[in-house]
Design a protein around this ligand. Structure first.
Ligand code: SF4
Length: 551
């Protein structure tokens, strides 16, 4: 039987966690996601709206109706939510048995940090799902809510949603609701009960108990976006990037020297031929921006000589500040409304059968720049109907409506890079997130698009962590993955932790394919758009053919 995958994801908005769960539900693989939500009130399937008695929005909480069992509950920072997306036996008893296993795990976790005798007992309360303290007293209080949903997916009963354990949450949020629709029963937290454990400690204990309860005897793989070292460790000094790397368990001083000798496989032959010059003058004539130049791509001689390039739209200044990226991060300029037509003209003049369009992140714009990307897709389609369009997009700050603007323009391939493993996300892409990127990809795939992602190696990850990330990409339905060597653009960027050798790239590709990825392009100089046409045609020939049939 497959192993249980446990992911500690940090803070994740409810809607992103929900879409991630739905993708994992379809994957058939067993996952437990442990996370916190921003302040959110959720109403379950049987919730009575009258159980919202205050003004959650005034308390900073979003109100969301969802499809789990149970009534109304509150989520927020300081509460650990554990979603179990696992397969159950398909008999009626399996659902309450699963709920009991989840509750048992929470009871064991609470009992690790509080002596049950000191709080009047920890356990279940007949007829009221969740975990309660004070069950041997006249005034029990709820410390963890529970709501689950099951569905039969390809013949197997699968479950999602789970438990929400109050560790150090601001309990005032619960004053806006009748928690779980039960009048007169208070809600409490581990902190209110006198426990002093950190979120990380409780999260680790909860993960162990859930693994024991849900997957006894099975292998467990855990990955986390959380710091591996305490936030207050004394040696965490120096520039911000160095501190973030140390927090992620990477010693920046141990990186390879900038300008040191590169291995043979990273030496790039300079190839300036007529094709290169033609591409360069066309891009200059049309005043276009390419990521080939802006990111200092090592493949520029090969790609431009072969008459391909990746257009970068929405300006040349990015609102993010990723530790691996050379793109300019000064204040962005206004969008140029002529850009979509100029990109389309370039695609036409270059005769591209497969155009790749990427963008800077534009968190300063209401739509994150999505509208202009959609306009570019349409402009290419209008100008050159037979050309496939692959978009390499930002996470759009997780906004599903902005993503939909792009999807409505029907790109042929939706590419969004995960960039690195879970542990290094905060260190090298502090404005992005592992769960958010998986949710973007999951949403695109759920909408029926060919999906693609990319990972850099050499930032301080282990090979095994890359395999975990490949598994997560496969689990949300990604079909194409690119893996390439990280190259440090300047001394202000993250150091190179290692040069990955050729056999490891091959091994990673094999691992990816064995996890279900249709196409894995893995080599030192692989970049997101490198040989993009071949990758798409090899991974999803049927879907691409179907997409090209009008109507
Ligand atoms: S790999 Fe992509 S970004 Fe690099 S030169 Fe080729 S087309 Fe441009």
């Amino acid at each position: 039987m497959d192993r249980l995958e446990i992911r500690h994801l940090g803070r994740v908005p409810y809607a992103e966690a929900y879409d991630l769960q739905r993708a994992l539900l379809r994957s058939g693989r067993d996952h437990v996601l442990i996370l916190e939500h921003p302040a959110t009130i959720t109403l379950g399937r049987r919730a009575d709206p009258a159980n919202i008695v205050g003004d959650p929005e005034a308390a900073g909480a979003e109100v969301i109706t969802t499809d789990r069992g149970g009534d109304v509950t509150a989520h927020g920072p300081g509460q650990l939510v554990a979603y179990a997306i696992v397969s159950l036996d398909d008999d009626l008893a399996s659902i309450p048995a699963h709920a009991h296993r989840m509750e048992d795990a929470v009871i064991a976790t609470v009992s690790t940090f509080l002596a049950p005798d000191d709080v009047g007992g920890v356990g279940r309360l007949e007829g009221h799902p969740g975990v309660w303290v004070g069950i041997e007293t006249s005034r029990p209080a709820k410390v963890a809510a529970m709501g689950i949903r099951t569905e039969v997916v390809e013949g197997t009963r699968r479950t999602m949603h789970g438990v929400a354990l109050n560790v150090d949450i601001d309990l005032a949020l619960f004053d806006t609701i009748v928690p779980c629709g039960i009048q007169g029963r208070p809600v409490t937290s581990l902190t209110q009960l006198g426990a002093s454990a950190s979120m990380t400690e409780v999260g680790t204990a909860l993960a162990e108990e859930l693994a024991r309860a849900l997957a006894p005897g099975r292998a467990v793989e855990t990955a986390s976006v959380l710091p591996v070292r305490s936030r207050d460790h004394r040696d965490s000094v120096g520039p911000m990037l160095d501190r973030r790397l140390r927090d992620a368990g990477v010693d920046p001083a141990a990186g390879l020297a900038l300008g040191g000798r590169k291995p043979e496989w990273l030496r790039i032959p300079v190839r300036r031929d007529r094709g290169f010059d033609t591409t360069r003058s066309l891009i200059g004539d049309l005043n276009l921006v390419t990521v080939c130049e802006e990111a200092g791509c090592p493949n520029i001689f090969e790609c431009w000589s072969d008459g391909t390039a990746t257009f970068m739209v929405n300006g040349e200044r990015c609102t993010r500040n990723c530790a691996f990226c050379l793109i300019d991060t000064r204040k962005p300029l206004a969008l140029d409304p002529t850009e979509p037509a100029r990109v389309a003209e370039a695609v036409d003049r270059m005769g591209l059968a497969h155009a790749v369009v990427t963008c800077v992140a534009r968190d300063d714009l209401d739509d994150g720049g999505a509208g202009a990307i959609a306009d570019t897709i349409r402009a290419i389609r209008d100008r050159r109907p037979g050309t496939r369009v692959e978009v390499l997009i930002s996470d759009l700050a997780g906004d599903a409506d902005d993503l939909q603007l792009i999807l409505d323009a029907r790109p042929d391939v939706v590419n969004h890079n995960l960039e690195t493993v879970a542990r290094l996300q905060r260190a090298v892409r502090p404005s992005a997130g592992y769960a958010r990127s998986l949710a973007v990809l999951a949403r695109a795939r759920a909408a029926g698009f060919v999906t693609k992602s990319g990972i850099m190696v050499g930032l301080g990850e282990t090979d095994e962590e890359v395999v975990v990330a490949l598994g997560d990409l496969a689990a949300v339905g990604v079909q194409i993955v690119t893996i390439g060597q990280y190259l440090r653009p300047t001394a202000d960027h993250a150091p190179i932790a290692r040069h990955v050798d050729l056999s490891t790239f091959d091994w990673l590709a094999e691992q990816g394919r064995s996890l279900g990825l249709a196409h894995v392009q893995s080599s030192p100089l692989t970049r997101s758009s490198y040989h993009a046409r071949t990758a798409a045609e090899s991974a999803a020939p049927v879907e691409l053919r179907r997409a090209s049939i009008p109507g």
